[in-house]
Design a protein around this ligand. Structure first.
Ligand code: AMP
Ligand code: GLY
Length: 428
């Protein structure tokens, strides 16, 4: 019998999303090894997965060349916006992700807003400023209701201030443009209209020609229960976040947002290959507005989404690399998945690291602990980042998945850890 060819793949990143991507790729029998650069304490222990301690682009591309890597998937926005895909493409190494130019949809909020304006993609009204006095003047001239102040550049999900009134808006302007609390990411800011409704993460894979929507999901960005406290990278997510009655909404998202976005990119001669994430606000009247684009999968949305993916993620990426995504048959587990994040004490402002992680239960077919800020030392796990773990369960409905997650979380021992009890609480 002919021996099946085996492939090695590479995942870039160290978060919970990258753990889930690597775990999902490793499920394909044609994949012999998934390298994760640099990975975390969770990927360290997974079968078929190996951490490699590389972050430099030259070293990564040399590694991919020398090890005959069949596919590289980039998890986070940083390396995408810094041109890792361009580097691999120069050397003709297969990689799934957008180029630096295409990644501007995420790396510059102003670029994304102007792009949406050009292609009439529904989004909040906005103005951009680099001069604080003009920004203050604008706020003074606007009605004293809530507005949203955003750093233009990348800020790991923490560059957005929802100002409840003009006093908070003025202080957010000073914080970004004068005190430079967001560094260079806040050299320019966007002030935009506050939208109300329910958020939805709508993520698609695209090969530049075809679009494949993934299952819907909903993230919870605020640190504290009932959506209070500062914005974080995301404290928990579930999938699906729409039901059968909402197929019209999904079609509307495709036709009013996703398709015009990809058509706009094509019109500007930007080839977009990779995952594209539209962070949406669905108004009470069920109209979707774009809050932001991300040029990658979401974290923590990826953990529940990929837990539900029954078909091969490796095959999805292979088809996409060949621009034949239309031939890929995507298959989902009909059950629901929910993941709750355990974050370290002090997150997001001043995360504390180094605590030992105790009582971590083993993974099961319907419960997987995806790691983010963890590190393995002498066969023990320690906290090494803001978000530590995403405990993810698959069950008949969101509510039973949540029960399973909460039971697991309550057994885990991490001094001072924070998590939200209310992820998926109001859902059946
Ligand atoms: P962004 O990074 O732009 O997605 O913003 C992070 C979070 O801030 C979003 O997920 C929303 O929860 C909130 N947000 C952003 N823009 C707006 C807006 N225009 N109106 C209301 N909430 C917003
Ligand atoms: N969960 C939000 C993000 O990945 O940007």
């Amino acid at each position: 019998m002919k021996k099946k060819e085996l492939f090695k793949v590479l995942v870039i990143g160290s978060g919970g999303r990258e753990h889930a991507i690597a775990w999902s790729l490793a499920k394909d029998k044609r994949v012999s090894t998934v390298y994760v650069a640099p990975g975390n304490g969770g990927t360290f222990y997974e079968p078929k997965i190996e951490n490699i301690n590389l972050t430099n682009f030259d070293e990564l591309s040399n590694f991919a060349f020398e090890n005959n890597i069949r596919l590289t998937v980039v998890g986070p926005e940083g390396p995408l916006s810094e041109g890792l895909v361009d580097k691999f493409a120069e050397k003709q190494l297969p990689i799934f992700g957008p180029t630096r130019e295409a990644a501007q949809l995420e790396s510059s909020k102003e670029f994304a807003k102007l792009f949406m304006q050009r292609y009439k993609i529904p989004s909040a009204k906005f103005k951009s400023f680099s001069d604080p006095s003009l920004a203050h003047k604008y706020v003074k001239a606007t009605a004293d209701g809530p507005v949203v102040v955003k750093a233009d550049g990348l800020a790991a999900g923490k560059g957005v201030v929802i100002a409840r009134d003009s006093r908070e808006a003025h202080s957010a302007i000073d914080m970004m443009l004068i005190d430079k609390k967001m560094g260079a990411a806040g050299n320019k800011i966007i002030i935009e209209e506050f939208l109300q409704g329910e958020e939805l993460s709508f993520i698609v894979a695209t090969d530049g020609k075809h679009i494949l929507p993934l299952a819907t999901s909903r993230d919870h960005k605020r640190l504290l229960e009932n959506d209070r406290g500062p914005n974080t990278g995301g404290m928990g997510a579930y999938s699906p976040a729409t039901d059968h009655s909402e197929s019209a909404l999904q079609q509307q998202i495709m036709s009013a947002i996703i398709e015009p976005t990809l058509a706009g990119l094509r019109a500007e001669k930007i080839l977009y290959k990779g995952f594209l994430y539209a962070g949406l606000m669905i108004t009470e009247k069920k109209v979707p507005y774009v809050l932001e684009f991300n040029c990658r999968l979401g974290d923590p949305e990826t953990q529940p989404i990929l837990f539900r993916l029954k078909s091969s993620l490796f095959a999805l990426c292979e088809y996409a690399l060949d621009q034949e995504l239309d031939k890929y048959q995507i298959e989902w587990d009909s059950r629901c998945a929910l993941g709750t994040v355990i974050a370290t004490q002090g997150y997001p402002q001043s995360p504390i690291n180094g605590q030992r992680i105790g009582n971590l239960p083993s993974n099961k077919p319907d419960m997987h602990i995806f790691h983010a800020g963890t590190i393995e030392k002498d066969d023990h796990l320690f906290v090494n980042g803001g978000r530590i773990l995403c405990v993810t369960a698959l069950s008949e409905n969101i509510s039973t998945a949540r029960n399973q997650v909460m039971e697991t979380i309550n057994a885990i021992d991490i001094p001072g850890a924070q998590f939200r009890n209310d992820i998926g609480l109001s859902k059946k």
